[in-house]
Each structure stands twice: as structure tokens, then as C-alpha cells.
Write a protein that binds this ligand. Sequence first.
Ligand code: TMP
Length: 209
Amino acid sequence: MDNFFITFEGGEGSGKSTQATKLYNYLIENNLKAIKTREPGGTPSAEILRDILIKGKPERWKPLSEALLMWAARYEHVKEIILPAIDSGKFVICDRFYDSTYAYQGIAHKIGIEKMQSIKKIVIGDLEPSLTFILDIDPKEGLKRTRLRKDGEDRFENFNIQFHKDLREAYLKLADMFPSRCEIISGSLSVDEISKLIIAKTKERFNIP
Ligand code: TMP
């Protein structure tokens, strides 16, 4: 472990954003230096890319264009926010990172994970989170939850159910590929149960007393 970089991953409506906030609050309340950020987004220019990526019709982008825009947003975010925070020794809690591109574009959109791995090397080199929580949930249950939101950020939710099923399998595959940093957490537990698990795993991983 050479950084305090923690990422949250999962399909639509998995509850990862709620859990990212809860972990961030825990760290701050315990006087640990931390920032919370998200992808796509996290800087003014990356937020512009977020807007065009996650709003509008599913067919708005071809999968490869979508992937390249995700990587462009990530480059801005890593250079401006993530690396400076890591270098100053802060915890960085990030709601989605490159596993999302591997899962959504690489696997569910079938671009191929190897192509995404090649681009990853060019864009962010060997930067890796130390810990990645994957919130696993039945896509039907997750999509039911997201339909209650009315923020217009629903482009990905509107891909067909097979896309969301493939996505779930994709995350399980990523957990197999990167077992030393990935923790799968059942998204069907209660918010408090999940939060307790996540805090316990974080304390263990980073030796927080
Ligand atoms: P969220 O912030 O609600 O999770 O929305 C972000 C959406 O963007 C979500 O549907 C997943 C998608 N996404 C990708 O497809 N690839 C990526 O690399 C990232 C970071 C997000």
C-alpha cells in the first residue's frame, strides 16, 4: 500500500455514493485528512464531460468515443485533484474510477478490457487505488432505486437489462482480477450494515486504531 486512495464501484443504484459519503464523514470525524470526489467529473472541465456523457439518449455516443471521453475526464481529474491529494498524504475517496471504464466500456460495451488496459497505461500509468469497494446488487433492484431519481443523469440506466446484467458479471470478474485491492460488498444489506463493514475494512487496511 503506497497511498490512501479508496474507490467505490458498482452498477446503477448500488448505493456506492451514499457509502462513499459515509466513509468520508467517518474519516473527517476521526480527524483524518480526506477529500471526496467523483468520476466522471471532479474538476470543472471534467464535469462538462460528465454532463455530455451521462445525459441524453443511450445511442448518443459510440462505445469507443464514450470510453475516450471517460479517459479524458479522468486525466484532468487525476492531474488536478487526485495526485495532489495523494501526494499531500490525504485519504482520497473516489466515487467510481477506472474499474468503471473496464466494466462499462471494456466489458459491458464489449470494447475489450485489454484495450482499456493499454489506454490506462498511457493516461494514468501505474496509479492504483489501495482499496476498492464493489457494491454488488441485482440490476433489477438497483434500477428500481434509480428510477426514483429525477436528475436527468440517466443515460446509462436506459441501456437494456442485458447490459446491466453483463455489468454485474464484469465487476465480479474485476474483483477476481484484482483480489488484493477489491472487496465485494452485498448492496442488499442495510445502509448501516454496509457502512459498518466498509469502515471496518478501511480501518484494517490502513491500520487506523
Ligand atoms: P453515477 O455518478 O451516478 O455513478 O453516474 C455515472 C455514470 O457514468 C454511471 O452510469 C456509470 C458511468 N461511467 C462509465 O460508464 N464509465 C466510467 O468510466 C465512469 C467513471 C462512469
